[in-house]
Every structure is written in C-alpha cells, then in structure tokens.
Design a protein. Structure first.
Length: 366
C-alpha cells in the first residue's frame, strides 16, 4: 500500500511515519511526507498513492479543502484524517474520508483504519489506465509517456508540430496558419501536404503510446486533445501565485534553461523572452522582501546573472552581497568573470562602481 502524509507539524509526521514503518499486518510504503499542501499537490500530479494521511487544521489550507481537492482529482485515493480535533468528524465523512483518527494514534486504531482503506481499494471498480505525456521543455526538450519511456520522433517537423499544437492546445488553429509557420519557404499546396503527412505521423506516434483521437480536426482547424504534464505549465502556475520561499526555490530548480532552448524554432523566440523576463521580474521582486534569506539571495542573484549574463546591475548586486558576506575569494572569481564578459567579449570597460567594489575587496585581502 502506497501512502503519503500531509501535516504542517514535522514532529507529527515523524511519529506517524515511525508507526507505519513498524506496521506488521501488511506493508505500507511512505512515498512522501509534506508540511506544505501545494508540494503535496505537485507530487500527486505525477504519482498516484493509495492512502493519504491528512491533518485537519493546517496553516496553508484546511484539511477538509485538501480532501475535497484530492477526491475530485484522484477519487481512488483513500483519505484518513489524523488530527487532534474531534469536532470535524461529521464533515470529514461528508468529503468521503475512509477514517478519522484522533491523536495520539494507537497501533490498534491505525490497523483498523488501514484495513478499511484496504477493503475499499479492493472493492473499487477497476479504473481505466490514464494515458498522458510528460514534457520537459526548460532547456533540453524531451517527451515521456506514462510508462516513463522516451517518445521517439519520426522527423524533426513532427516534433515541431507537436510542440506548436501543444503550446496552442486550448485554441484550434487553422491548417493554413500552421503550414505557414512550419513550412514558410514552401508553396501553399506543398506545405499543406507536408502538414497532413506530419499529422498522420503524430497520430500514429500517439496511438503507439496508447492515446487515440489525440488530434481533433474541425472545419480545417487542428487542436491537440491529450493530457500533457510539463515543467513549463508548473512554472507558469508558480509565477502566477503569491510567492513564498519554497515557490521561488522551485522556480529556480525548474528553470534549467530557456524554454525550448535547443530548438531552432522562430515562433518560440517571443515566448522564450517573455518567460525569461517574467522570471527575472519575480526574482528581482523577491530579493527585496524580508522573506528572502541571505543564502536564497545569493542563489537568485547568481541565477539572474546566468539568465542575463551582461546585466551590470546584477553583477554589482551579486558582488556587493558576496562582499557583505565576507566571501572575498568568490568576489575575485566573479570579478574575473565580469572582466572576461565585458572587456574581452564586448570590448567595453568595467563600470566604475563595479571596479570600486572590487578595489574594496582587494584592500581587505591585502
């Protein structure tokens, strides 16, 4: 039985984890434990579990709302509330909870709850296997099926067609418009012929991965009709939310490179630039907040400079931060990088304010 624990108190998580790991009647594998509800939601988007052990009163979201979300998106998952509050029991069963345990939980009571969950799981109607694709688009692009196998493309244009339809997946696109974007150098008839061939290849590829009717055609308009999970959509969602430290750290991790960085598609360039500008604006705003720790500031300034390598303001901000943290050797290394980028690559002098900061570093070293 696969399970996760959601509780905003780490001590409570560890106590329950220990009980489950020592549970003898049947094995329970703890797939993850989360103090933040959003992190649990992200996890469940990519991995299914049998049981969710859920606290009731949490800071980020009430347990009843969490249960409603999980049951609406993953109806086969069994919810077992583990809480110190007895007065939510009626509401818990209204959201189809399997059981309601009061802390401190006894081994006997835990066993009874797990037996209920096991019984419900065994009597459920078999759910048709969901077919979906997982797209990695930040930096290197690759596509995986839900068996974690990499999708192989018949031609480069087939891959580009998929990406173009996916980027516009909520809007049907006229066949002529697609052919003009993907085959701009060809005549109208030849481009449409190539489009029809690429559509055929794409449909065959999806069918081989268990997905039928993946591309819809209505009145000469094509639209992708499949479930594609991606780092791009997760990134967009995070950028649109109210930012917390864990969200910013996740954005840093997701932004491995520009959107479809290694693909030479002209239609992608505006999207790349807009996304990069939005990420940089988010980082710039967060480093000015009191929630940003010194370590995270350094990470963000380094990431910002990676994304905008000739930005003199980012150069100064990172050097100033390193100087304030007494990281002199890193200041010198950064100065050498700046010198190479500005003087050797752009043939322009180092700005006086950066040179002044470097001189202060050298005075302290001497």
């Amino acid at each position: 039985m696969r399970a996760i624990i959601i509780d905003d108190e780490m001590m409570a998580i560890e106590v329950l984890r220990m009980m489950l790991e020592q549970f003898k009647p049947f094995p329970v594998v703890i797939e993850g434990a989360f103090t933040n509800v959003e992190d649990a939601f992200y996890f469940l988007e990519n991995k299914r579990v049998d049981v969710v052990f859920l606290d009731m009163e949490m800071i980020s979201m009430h347990g009843l709302r969490v249960a409603e979300h999980i049951k609406s998106h993953y109806p086969t998952s069994q919810i077992i509330f583990v809480t110190a509050h007895s007065h939510f029991a009626v509401e818990a069963f209204e959201v189809e909870a399997t059981d309601y345990l009061l802390k401190p939980v006894t081994p006997k009571r835990l066993q009874k709850a797990l037996e209920k969950a096991q019984h419900k799981l065994s009597t459920q109607q078999p759910v048709e296997k969901e077919h979906y694709l997982i797209a990695h688009t930040m930096g290197t692009f690759y596509l995986m099926n839900n068996e974690n196998e990499m999708v192989k493309w018949r031609t480069k244009k087939t891959r580009e067609l998929f990406l173009y339809l996916w980027v516009h997946q909520h809007k049907p696109i006229l066949n002529i418009a697609i052919s003009e974007v993907l085959w701009p150098e060809m005549g109208h008839e030849k481009a449409l012929t190539n489009l029809h061939t690429a559509i055929y290849y794409l449909r065959q590829l999806f069918k081989a991965n268990g997905i039928d009717n993946a591309i819809q055609l209505v009145n000469n308009h094509y639209m992708l009709a499949i479930n594609v999970r991606s780092d791009f959509e997760e990134l967009i969602k995070l950028l649109d939310e109210q930012h917390k430290e864990q969200h910013i750290e996740r954005i840093v991790a997701l932004y491995e490179g520009d959107f479809l960085q290694e693909e030479d598609f002209q239609w992608v360039i505006p999207m790349q630039q807009q996304l990069k500008e939005k990420v940089l604006a988010t980082f710039e705003a967060f480093v000015e907040t009191p929630h940003c720790t010194a370590a995270l500031k350094q990470t963000l300034y380094k990431k910002m400079l990676d994304l905008d390598v000739y930005n003199e303001r980012y150069m100064l901000q990172l050097m100033t931060l390193l100087f304030e943290q007494n990281r002199r050797s890193e200041c010198v290394q950064l100065y050498n990088v700046i010198k190479e980028r500005l003087e050797l690559e752009l043939c322009i002098p180092i700005p006086p304010y950066i040179q002044h900061m470097y001189d202060r570093v050298m005075q302290q070293i001497i």
